[in-house]
Write a protein that binds this ligand. Structure first.
Ligand code: HMG
Ligand code: MG
Length: 297
């Protein structure tokens, strides 16, 4: 049941750095280039959101303009509306990501509209993407719980996921935004989804607030999930989910995949070096235990 190959979607340069105030454009460009050199093929490079809401991503056009591009690598960006999609396209993003949630309160705080309104706003993004042959990924946040509403209904997660797929997203990433899931709740979530959606259309995106992310990924792999989001050095958080920590560290994910004999195409040493490089720029240590262990050797 476990996959032979896992597609790793590296979100550190977006999810990781959207919470960090003083990262230079050059540091972001160096991070993305180092990750690509380490073999990462799917990189979220920025977010075309309102600079008033998330100023940390305001230089996304410059970042995308300055990185070493390769046709073999996906450089995606968050595009909440048509304006974001046009800016992302002009900057050279070759994949878009639209994002909503399974919680009304979070959707209002995050993107200033209801879940239904968010779907309506995404239609022009989908039309623009189709016109330009750009694949679109969907995100559903708060699949395991909401920082404002608490418990989230699995029915809503399934409904929103199916809406995103029906409107043309090639895959939907399930965001445990505040990192409250456990292997058991991951199993319940995926059981509910897999009754109606193929595993090939789903990705998992765990924040590691309670230290459960790796165990949750292992559970998901055993249930046939083949795409996992993670952030180098465990960078990350969400400006609209106070207390949410970083994503699962990519180094920890790769070490586990190596142990399971699952292919992924990424060089762990080079990845860890990329993580140390950005951590030094942020004046902190990676939260990845694997990265710390490799450094101590
Ligand atoms: P709004 O205020 O409702 O939008 O924001 P608006 O259309 O009324 O526009 C207001 C102003 O923003 C206008 O400027 C627009 O031009 C500008 P003004 O006239 O006041 O000068 N604007 C834009 N500027 C640049 N790019 C754009 C854009 N759109 C409007 N695309 C909006 C709605 C969605 C834009 C806003 O709420 C927003 O930007 N939110 C940011 C949300 C965000 O980035 N959250 C973090 C990422 S999601 C996440 O981390 C979760 C995830 O990792 C999964 C998980 O972990 O669960 C993906
Ligand atoms: Mg996230």
């Amino acid at each position: 049941m476990q996959p032979k190959f896992v597609k790793v979607v590296e979100v550190g340069a977006r999810d990781g750095l959207q919470n960090e105030c003083s990262v230079s454009t050059q540091d972001k460009v160096s991070l993305i280039n180092a990750l690509a050199k380490a073999g990462v093929k799917h990189l979220e490079a920025g977010a075309f959101v309102s600079p008033k809401w998330v100023p940390q991503m305001a230089d996304s056009s410059d970042v995308l303009g300055q990185i070493d591009k390769s046709e073999l690598t996906t450089f995606s960006a968050l595009t909440p509306n048509l304006k974001g999609a046009e800016l992302a396209f002009n900057a050279g993003a070759n994949e878009f990501a639209i994002f909503t949630a399974a919680s009304e309160a979070f959707t209002q705080k995050n993107i200033n509209c209801s879940i239904d309104e968010s779907i309506t706003r995404f239609q022009p993004v989908m039309d623009f993407a189709k016109q330009h042959n750009i694949p679109v990924r969907g995100y559903v946040s708060c699949v395991m719980g909401c920082p404002y509403d608490g418990a989230v209904s699995l029915d809503t997660v399934v409904k929103v996921t199916k809406k995103l797929l029906a409107m043309g997203c090639y895959e939907v990433s399930l965001g445990d935004t505040i990192g409250v899931g456990t292997p058991q709740s991951t199993e319940q979530l995926l059981n509910a989804l897999l009754e109606q959606v193929s595993a090939d259309k789903l990705a998992v995106h765990f924040h590691d607030t309670y230290g459960q992310a790796l165990a949750n990924v292992y559970t998901a792999l055993n249930m046939g999930i083949k795409t996992v989001d993670s952030a180098v050095a465990g960078l990350g958080g969400c400006p609209y989910a106070a207390g949410a920590s970083g994503n699962l560290a990519t180094e920890d994910l790769i070490y586990m995949l190596n142990g399971l004999g699952i292919e992924h195409g990424i060089d762990l040493e080079m990845l860890a070096q990329a993580g140390w490089q950005i951590s030094e720029a942020l004046n902190k240590q990676p939260t990845s235990k694997v990265s710390l262990a490799l450094k101590a050797k």
